[in-house]
Ligand binder design. Sequence first.
Ligand code: FES
Ligand code: FES
Length: 169
Amino acid sequence: MTRINLTVDGMKVSDDVEPRMLLVQYLRERLGKTGTVVGCDTSNCGACTVHLDGESVKSCNVLAVQADGHDVTTIEGLATNGQLHPVQEAFRECHGLQCGYCTPGMIMQSIDLLNHNPHPNEQEIREGLEGNLCRCTGYHNIVRAVQYASGHLAAAAGSSGAPQEVTPA
Ligand code: FES
Ligand code: FES
């Protein structure tokens, strides 16, 4: 067993884990963070995407011990004081989900995309999300949701860029 100390969704955690334990297993099985889901276990689908020190990673592709000393944010850590994160709100407004299985990973990856490129065009959104698969093939509304979030985040930040305002479907 190896001792790890990390922060998960703002909460400091110390634990003993098997060195082979995956981060996604740790989040789900030890911390009960079942909002982070497993769709493939082979780093193909992106359903398990979380942020490690603010950058998206597929948590089935990271060992829990690699998160030692780091800051992990899951889908469950996005809302503040009962308020959805703007990207969560955008997915809700634009119906960017069908069964919802891919949604936690899609949202975490979309936030990472917008952090790096606040005003992505459609092609850039599709490329930015190419590591995340939606089995329901609901990609159209997912792209619309990211465009919607981009516009609202830019408006909230008072950006002078050219946000793509999207009216919910
Ligand atoms: S469960 Fe991690 S990429 Fe599919
Ligand atoms: S909404 Fe069903 S997998 Fe994406």
